[in-house]
Write a protein that binds this ligand. Structure first.
Ligand code: ADP
Ligand code: ZN
Length: 709
């Protein structure tokens, strides 16, 4: 069995060796046993059911919660030469009938389905007539009522155990906690399944958490080292998402907003672009989450604090699914903490629920103020022990300085106490520094004994101290008193002189050095850049021809291996990791030609492309003509034009040749509102004639650029 599995791994997937426990899992399922697989994102779960599905006779049925996930997997299998299809509600009756027919004849090997579809009586009856290889239940944590991805339809999947007792079932998830694990077993009737728990460490992710100072500048400093990389920037509010996306675009970073307030089409358009284009930054609320299977997300940046370590782990985990070096970066400050506490307080749920949430937030805060290796701390929270500091996080690389803050903390706490436990950090700092502000005078705070007693620290340092006091639970925020600080039980020993306190010393480094210690930018050496870009360009062209995302043609890891091995023949090309038989046949020659420098590859980099596009536009080409010339979709041409206009590199007149009356109507529609410029979707509805969205985006960019001036 192992040998057969190994042969498939090489022949179809192009890989030389199984990772972690893949081989064991495959053996268990291929031999007819059930399995419960807990493996982090990027761990390689798909192979665990795809290979047994190929080894066993009959149809492999895969349950997946999202159409996007199914489509991605089907496209990937298709490229590998494995006959797969997904049934979903968007297909016509004819399409569905055709798939059913291919299943009946045994031509299809893998069928992807949403759970609600699988449990329909007709579908179950249909499946009962077929030889079945196995059932794979992906994202199995969706069965957990306590998780945030709960899908009621998943509960019905337990019936498969009774209906198909002979068919092995494998449930897979990247959610590790014991409670979810127990729930999956129980609800999916997997009591006897063998359990495979992988380490949840993501060794290719570099963790860094910096004190928030000037968050946007800090973010730019972080991004400066990652030009051309794809990434996600998480923000808490929709408004901030919009602002940050606009700001990054202005600064020359192609960024798109994503949040639940956007029209459905625009949201899915942005998601599609993120998947299909390289080097886009998605600025998003947590609405942007499951279903993001893009393997080469090179960084995840948080401008706001997640509310738990579970959320932090999951969100940062979207970086580096392909196993290549990636970054998790976060800027965190006192305001974040206050805001989340406020949200928690005002949120729904009973006291017990709120208490749990508070504990989760405290664990998140503790990670921010951590003085040990971040990875050790993070994994420990999930019940895993890492013997040594990881050497691949900010604390391991930069070290942490702590200082004896006992006296300063006492002073800060007594300031809170003496001013009546009702004022916020700003006022406390003013008192300690002895500032005669209007507020100080009107409240008589200049008469407090602590007034002016804190000159040994700067305002910035005091803020850091207060933040750490709150994060460590020595002071708390009184949410009924507008964020006023008050003392907690926990601070008594310190005030009584029975305890001392060590706090982190913050190095307020220049923003740029935020990138220090990260490996992501070293992925490709500078002397390899040109060839790397040429390979990526070819991949992009092929992806467009096949209407799939670039990573479906080859993941970055495969291109990188190609770059390093420099194969000169098809047989050498077959040795490259990720080049299976089918892909060798389809793409081998084309990539060999690029490696040998004999293939003309058009304008390689996005910058060059923009440049070329601007010249063509000035020369009077229409978007359709430019799309043909540059082998881009028209959508992308419009998107580039809009960007060029936003950045002031191209005028609207140069970009598009619009009749005056059309232009007039569109402009009026945008400007006919108070306040902010409306979005494209909104304006589309107001127009009497049909104008392509791309044109609307361009006009909007031009207006936005004018309004800013
Ligand atoms: P998961 O579903 O666990 O997040 P995937 O199944 O998508 O992870 O796998 C992540 C990446 O790792 C994919 O690009 C996959 O092709 C690759 N991969 C999986 N198993 C192996 C292996 N044994 N050797 C090399 N690459 C692998
Ligand atoms: Zn570390």
């Amino acid at each position: 069995m192992r040998q057969a599995a190994q042969a498939l791994l090489k022949q179809i997937f192009g890989y030389d060796a199984f990772r972690g426990r893949q081989a064991e899992i495959i053996e268990q399922v291929a031999e007819g046993g059930d399995a419960l697989v807990l493996m982090p994102t990027g761990g390689g779960k798909s192979l665990c059911f795809q290979i047994p599905g190929l080894l066993r006779d009959g149809l492999c049925v895969v349950v997946s919660p999202l159409i996007a996930l199914m489509e991605d997997q089907v496209a990937t299998l298709d490229e590998l030469g494995v006959a797969a299809a997904a049934l979903n509600s968007l297909q016509s009756a004819d399409e569905q009938r055709e798939i059913a027919q291919r299943v009946r004849t045994g031509e299809l090997k893998m069928l992807y389905l949403a759970p609600e579809r699988l449990v329909q009586p007709r579908m179950l009856a249909f499946l009962e007539t077929l030889p079945l290889a196995l059932f794979a239940i992906d994202e199995a944590h969706c069965v957990s009522q306590w998780g945030h991805d709960f899908r009621p339809e998943y509960l019905q999947l337990g019936r498969l155990a009774e209906l198909f007792p002979q068919v092995p079932r494998i449930a897979l998830t990247a959610t590790a906690d014991q409670r979810t694990r127990d729930e999956i077993r129980q609800r999916l009737h997997l009591q006897h399944a063998a359990e495979f728990v992988a380490s949840f460490d993501r060794p290719n992710i570099f963790y860094r958490i910096v004190p928030k100072d000037q968050p946007r500048k800090q973010l730019l400093g972080f991004l400066a080292e990652r030009k051309g990389d794809a990434g996600i920037v998480y923000c808490l509010s929709r408004k901030k998402v919009e602002e940050v996306a606009a700001y990054l675009s202005e600064q020359g970073y192609p960024a798109l907003p994503y949040h639940a307030g956007l029209a459905n089409e625009l949201r899915s358009y942005h998601q599609k672009r993120f998947l299909n284009e390289e080097g886009l930054i998605m600025v998003a609320t947590i609405a942007f989450g499951m279903g993001i299977d893009k393997p080469n997300v090179r960084f995840v940046a948080h401008l706001d604090l997640p509310k738990s370590l579970e959320a932090y782990y999951q969100e940062t985990g979207r970086a580096g699914r392909d196993g290549l070096p990636s970054d998790a970066w976060m800027a965190y400050g006192l305001q974040d903490m206050l805001f989340l506490k406020q949200m928690l307080q005002n949120g729904e749920g009973d006291e017990r629920h709120k208490r749990i949430e508070r504990h989760k937030l405290d664990a998140m805060l503790a990670l921010c103020e951590e003085t040990r290796c971040r990875r050790q701390a993070l994994l420990e929270y999930f019940g895993e022990h890492l013997a040594e500091p990881c050497g691949h996080c900010d604390i391991c690389i930069d070290g942490v300085q702590t200082w004896d803050a006992t006296e300063s903390a006492r002073l800060a706490l007594s300031c809170i106490y003496r001013s009546g436990q009702r004022y916020g950090v700003g006022q406390q700092v003013d008192i300690l520094l002895g500032k005669q502000t209007d507020k100080v005078q009107s409240l008589g705070h200049q008469h407090l004994s602590v007034f002016g007693q804190g000159q040994q620290h700067s305002e910035q340092e005091w803020r850091t101290i207060f933040r750490q006091l709150v994060a460590r639970g020595l002071a708390d925020v009184d949410l009924d008193a507008y964020g006023g600080l008050r003392l907690t039980e926990a601070c008594r020993p310190l005030l009584r002189g029975e305890a001392t306190l060590q706090l982190r010393r913050e190095q307020h480094q220049p923003a740029r050095s935020a990138a220090r210690g990260s490996a992501a930018r070293d992925l490709v050496r500078s002397d390899e850049r040109d060839l790397w870009e040429a390979l990526r360009t070819l991949r992009k062209q092929l992806a467009q021809e096949h209407s799939v995302p670039p990573y479906v043609i080859f993941p970055d890891a495969t291109l990188l291996d190609m770059l390093r091995q420099q194969p000169t023949s098809l047989s050498q090309m077959a040795q490259v990791s990720g080049v299976g038989a089918r892909k060798l046949e389809r793409y081998g020659e084309a990539f060999l030609a690029v490696l040998q420098g004999s293939a003309p590859v058009s304008a390689a980099r996005p910058e060059d492309l923009r440049h070329e596009l601007a010249s063509l536009a000035r020369a009077g080409m229409t978007p359709t003509q430019m799309a043909a010339q540059l082998s881009l979709s028209e959508k992308s041409v419009y998107a580039y034009l809009a960007e060029l206009i936003s950045a002031g590199h191209l005028s609207l007149e140069e970009a598009l040749d619009l009749p005056d009356d059309v232009l007039g109507e569109v402009q009026d529609a945008f400007l006919d509102t108070d306040g902010d410029l409306p979005g494209v979707a909104q304006v589309r509805e107001r127009l009497t004639r049909k104008v392509p969205d791309g044109v609307l985006h361009c006009v909007r960019s031009a207006l936005a650029a004018e309004l800013l001036d």
